[in-house]
Design a protein around this ligand. Structure first.
Ligand code: ADP
Ligand code: MG
Length: 260
């Protein structure tokens, strides 16, 4: 008996009414309020918003690195926060890749060793061959044994892309990946990321404050002071399926209460 293709129904990312507050001696600060959206396989979304609006916090929660105060996130149908930290880390290791503004390569490992690392953690015996292949794919076949400190910013970010994509993650989370690169290098890195994304069928959540980069994603979600203020692009989530077929789903929220 064949079961229905899960890719058809289960979103790769399903962010369900996520709220994040932090409390200290000065009171409670709400960083994210009722964030709700989902992404199908291969969809790309840009999260845009001013500095301090909550974009990185949202990405950390989708990664399971930070915990929501209310709501939850499903990755490929599995509730991230209904499991312990170890299980969450295993789910992340199996399904999620990351790219950061600051590259986050291991300084004491060569380019090749950096890319081999996630494969070795996954117990892959062919880590060296796979990592070599992926570094060639990002144009760094001549740089395998070089350490991050001798690579340019653009080259380091290409190593980071190779490391993220080499495990063929279902989901890639990228937090301002071109934010510390000059314009031309940023373009090269962005083109490569979108190419790899298409080749490997990855779902992409990209944080950026660059409108021209955001325009290259299927959808855009704007966050202001921790709330979704605007959604643009086709929403293929179940909620959208019952909404009028405008292709655009506006998200209306109550006014933001004072955060403090
Ligand atoms: N652990 C924390 N404790 C207190 N405030 C935090 C914490 N994490 C983030 N913030 C605050 O939440 C807001 C959103 O931060 P962040 O998600 O980094 O925004 P962005 O990535 O959009 O610039 C900022 O005002 C930041 O100072
Ligand atoms: Mg940020």
């Amino acid at each position: 008996m064949t079961s229905p293709n899960p890719e058809m129904n289960v979103p790769v990312v399903d962010v369900q009414h996520v709220t994040k507050s932090v409390t200290d001696s000065t009171g409670t600060l709400t960083i994210l309020r009722d964030i709700h959206f989902s992404l199908a396989a291969r969809e790309t979304v840009a999260i845009v918003g001013a500095s301090g609006s909550g974009k990185s916090t949202l990405l950390s929660i989708i990664a399971g690195l930070d915990v929501p105060t209310q709501g939850t996130v499903f990755i490929d149908g599995q509730d991230l926060f209904a499991r312990g930290e170890d299980e969450r880390a295993a789910l992340r290791g199996a399904k999620v890749g990351f790219v950061f503004q600051s590259f986050q390569l291991m300084a004491n490992l060569s380019a090749l060793e950096n890319v081999m690392l996630p494969l070795e953690l996954a117990g892959r015996r062919d880590a060296r061959a796979m990592a070599t292949e992926m570094l060639k794919r990002v144009g760094l076949g001549e740089r395998l044994n070089h350490y991050p400190k001798v690579l340019s910013g653009g080259e380091q970010q290409r190593v980071a892309l190779a490391r993220a994509f080499v495990v063929k993650p279902k989901l890639l989370l990228a937090d301002e990946p071109t934010g510390s690169l000059d314009f031309a290098t940023g373009e090269t890195v962005m083109n490569l990321m979108l190419e790899l994304n298409r080749e490997l069928g990855t779902t992409l959540v990209l944080v950026t404050h660059d409108r021209s980069i955001a325009a290259r994603c299927d959808r855009r979600i704007t966050i202001e002071a921790g709330q979704v203020s605007r959604m643009e692009g086709p929403d293929t989530s179940a909620a959208a399926a019952v909404a009028p077929a405008t292709g655009i789903k506006a998200s209306v929220h109550p006014p933001l209460a004072p955060a403090l």
